[in-house]
Design a protein around this ligand. Structure first.
Ligand SMILES: [Zn+2]
Ligand SMILES: [Zn+2]
Length: 370
């Protein structure tokens, strides 16, 4: 990867260029490098994406200000990061409005925008902490709309085709005048499609779409959290012929773990110990996400003490650091003592009081009430 070019240079404008000039410059570049006009040439596509990224920053007042002050780092990029846009459809989605009504149809219309885009889909993906720890490629099965094989998405009975809507003359929009203004709204008859189907396809009943099962493989990065969404572009429902597919939104749900509780990138565990272990010190075996580990408890540890095991937590998303594991030790009071154990404990207790000469809690309480 080569170093990132200056965004002003990419669009070919001066640093002080007005908002209007920036927009016009982007339009020009987008036209020049539009993939449809360059037979899908890879270099043109790269330039098309580069221009979109530059416009994403320079076309936004706040981002532009940060870029002017701090360069690429100010807008979340380092000098070698790849383009923000990996998918051409994302660019159309983000900046289609730059090209406004007619221009839009002209430039991004044609094949690509001749119909409605596919619907976005949303699925919930349940993951265990072990999977979140490592990051995982997950196979998922879902149902989504595909073009009907019989009519190839047109919705019209084979041998027939949709005809231009008479209400809007195939424009998809109806206009009405109000004083000086002309308002355009989607045609009520064809719902903006510009076409109507006279003899619907029997297979899909004129919808052009059928629900089909799809198997996808989703790459889940390490460190994701409950509620986060991974956007997989172009994996939603199919659009009308020529229009882009919808996107798939994968919402992360965390499975409850038997041993660990999560707090950000930190993991918390509780480990029961005997009174003797805490009083005398001991080495105990504790669970970590990556297997068993040993932890040393120093002599005289109080019940409830929390130990921090650095770097034993979960990876932080998009960072190299890891969280910690917090281990809380506590005394588990024995419930069923033998006669002998009880004797020993009583003996221990009396020696303890003699030795330390400490007043018991109840003696202190008596003093307090006097
Ligand atoms: Zn059909
Ligand atoms: Zn119509």
């Amino acid at each position: 990867m080569s170093a990132k070019r200056d965004y002003y240079e990419v669009l070919g404008v001066e640093r002080g260029a007005s908002e209007k000039d920036v927009k016009a410059a982007y339009r020009k570049k987008a036209l020049e490098f539009h993939p449809d006009r360059n037979n899908g040439d890879a270099q043109s596509e790269a330039k098309f994406k580069e221009a979109a990224e530059a416009y994403d920053v320079l076309g936004d007042e706040q981002k532009r200000q940060r870029y002017d002050q701090f360069g690429h780092a100010g807008v979340g990029q380092d000098s070698f990061s790849g383009t923000r846009f990996t998918n051409i459809e994302d660019i159309f989605e983000a900046f289609g409005d730059v090209f406004g009504g007619g221009m839009f149809g002209d430039l991004f219309g044609g094949q690509r925008r001749s119909g409605r885009a596919g619907r976005d889909l949303r699925i919930v993906l349940e993951l265990g902490l072990e999977e979140i720890d490592k990051g995982i490629e997950k196979e998922i099965a879902l149902k989504r709309a595909e073009h009907c094989g019989t009519c190839h998405g047109s919705g019209a009975k084979p041998g027939t085709s949709p005809i231009a809507c008479a209400t809007c003359a195939g424009r998809g929009q109806v206009q009405r005048s109000q004083g000086f203004f002309t308002m355009a709204s989607p045609c009520p008859r064809c719902r903006g499609a510009g076409k109507v189907i006279e003899s619907p396809c029997a297979e899909c009943r004129g919808a052009g779409l059928l629900q089909k099962k799809a198997d996808l493989s989703i790459q889940v990065p390490a460190g994701v959290e409950e509620g986060m969404t991974i956007r997989v572009s172009g994996e939603g429902d199919v659009g009308q012929p020529g229009a882009p597919r919808g996107n798939l939104h994968v919402v992360i749900k965390e499975k409850e773990h038997k041993v660990f509780q999560r707090s950000g990138a930190d993991l918390m565990t509780e480990v029961p110990c005997s009174f003797a272990q805490l009083a005398l010190g001991d080495t105990v075996e504790i669970p970590t996400l990556r297997g068993r580990a040993e932890m040393t408890i120093p002599e005289g540890t109080q019940s409830g003490k929390v130990f921090r095991l650095r770097g034993q937590g979960l990876p932080q998303l998009e960072a190299r650091a890891r969280g910690d594991q917090l281990v809380r030790v506590f005394v588990e009071t024995p419930k069923h003592l033998s006669q002998r154990q009880k004797e020993l404990l009583r003996e221990f207790d009396s020696i303890d009081q003699e030795r330390t000469g400490k007043k018991t809690f109840f003696e202190k309480l008596a003093d307090y009430f006097e």
